[in-house]
Design a binder for this molecule. Structure first.
Ligand code: ZN
Length: 433
């Protein structure tokens, strides 16, 4: 399989992007750094905004959701908006507010299950901590991102000698009693002190000034290429940082567009999107209203703008796995490295309809990339994403698409190198279309 050098470079950049983003807060920080380096200007929701045609801006809500946009040079009521949405969060294990427990001399950290991870894949991995921590100050508190590069934590498997039918029955964990992560030996210390000390040391503060945290257990193993032609990537959080990276790459490559281009990356998709920064919240609608307001659009022209807009909801798709052919709808196989996947569900678990699918096909044709169509097995429940939520909220014609991937919600997912390049090309074309 021939991988063009430019496509290889895009995939290498994807792995760099993911490895820099072990939590939703880090993902937003990684986006912010790239946006600032490309001349985007950070806006604050508490300020009055003044936006000018050609201007490049971004705004962050809650530290873990970000919307970046370029103001088009044509009247918005005549062109509409070009939107791409994705999500910054991934399923996994989150450290509890008072996590540390001394279990017969071993310190372990209590976790909550965030979203729907494949829990068995978290066993025997070199896990560590990443997220945000609030530290007490004289004025109140300050927020710090924290990340440990070395492995601090582990979920050790039970030996097969004590779990004889694991290969027949599958690896199962009781979420309360069997998921806490081993941090170390108590060695005469209080459990809470053992937990706080490394974080305090990393931040250069006193352990007792650590007030609150939102911390992920993340996999320290870096992303890698695999396959006989290195035609696949493996990494954590491909769902959905691969879509964020593709959309961001497309936006950064966009210069002086006719229509305003918006990339919105939301937290909390994996838990239903119901939050201030989630896709169900007001974030996207607020930013769009302010863009329209700054352009001087009245209520009538705002509706005209929305009616002329197009929204691509980008989230990863299920790739056909030859070892499990019975899991797939036989006429709707999505193959790795065969192009972006249009996802359709009659029950509106995806926002795609015949018109928006046709429009996305035309975008792919214009970009010179293949595309595929996916439908879930009729006898299996279908997943969902931010597409239907934002389509309902904004009333914008929408399509749900994604790059095909294996092992969705495993701590180590994989996908195709070519597909990532195809997705960037399709999105770049869509923003200019
Ligand atoms: Zn997803």
């Amino acid at each position: 399989m021939n991988i063009p050098a430019a496509t290889r470079t895009q995939a290498e950049d994807l792995l760099t992007f993911i490895d820099a983003s072990p939590s939703p807060w880090h993902a937003v920080q990684t986006c912010e750094q790239r946006l600032l380096a490309s001349g985007f200007c950070r806006l604050d929701e508490v300020d009055r905004w003044q936006l000018t045609p050609g201007g490049r801006y971004f705004v962050i809500r809650g530290g873990s959701s970000i919307i970046a946009f370029i103001i088009g040079h044509q009247p918005a009521a005549e062109t509409g908006l070009r939107l791409i949405g994705a999500h910054t969060d991934s399923p996994g294990l989150r450290i509890k507010p008072k996590p540390a427990e001394d279990a017969a001399g071993m310190i372990r950290l209590g976790v909550e299950v965030y979203g729907g991870p494949i829990l068995a894949t978290f066993a025997d991995r070199d896990l560590s901590l990443a997220g945000r921590v609030n530290v007490r100050t004289a004025e109140g508190f300050t927020t710090h991102l924290v990340r440990f590069d070395e492995a601090l934590l582990r979920l050790p498997n039970l030996a097969i000698h004590m779990n004889r039918d694991v290969n027949e029955s599958g690896l199962k964990f009781n979420k309360q009693t069997e998921l806490p992560l081993i941090l170390g030996v108590a060695d005469g210390n209080k459990a809470d002190d053992r937990f706080r000390q490394p974080i305090a040391d990393a931040l250069g503060v006193s352990p007792q000034d650590l007030l609150t945290w939102e911390l992920n257990a993340y996999d320290t193993q870096k992303g890698a290429f695999w396959g006989v032609d290195r035609e696949f990537v493996a990494d954590s959080q491909l769902d959905n940082l691969a879509s964020c990276h593709a959309a961001l790459s497309a936006l950064l490559a966009t210069k002086n567009p006719a229509a305003s281009c918006i990339c919105a990356f939301f937290d909390h998709e994996e838990v239903g999107s119901e939050s201030a920064g989630g896709a169900s919240g007001s974030f996207a609608g607020d930013v769009i209203s302010r863009i329209a307001g700054c352009a001087g659009l009245d209520a009538e022209d705002q509706r005209r703008m929305l009616a002329r807009s197009f929204f691509i909801s980008a989230d990863m798709a299920h790739a056909w796995n030859p070892n499990f052919p019975g899991a797939y709808e036989p006429c709707h196989r999505a193959t790795v490295n065969a192009g972006p996947v249009i996802k359709t569900n009659a029950n509106q678990r995806y926002s795609t309809n015949a018109d928006t699918a046709a429009r996305f096909m035309a975008i792919c044709a214009k970009a010179g990339v293949p595309c595929q169509q996916y439908a879930h097995r009729t006898d299996l429940g279908c997943g969902s994403t931010i597409g239907p939520i934002l389509a309902a909220q904004l009333g914008i014609p929408s399509v749900d698409v994604g790059a095909p991937m294996w092992s969705m919600h495993s701590i180590r997912e994989s996908a195709g190198v070519l597909d990532h390049g195809y997705m960037i090309a399709a999105m770049t074309t869509a923003l200019a279309d």
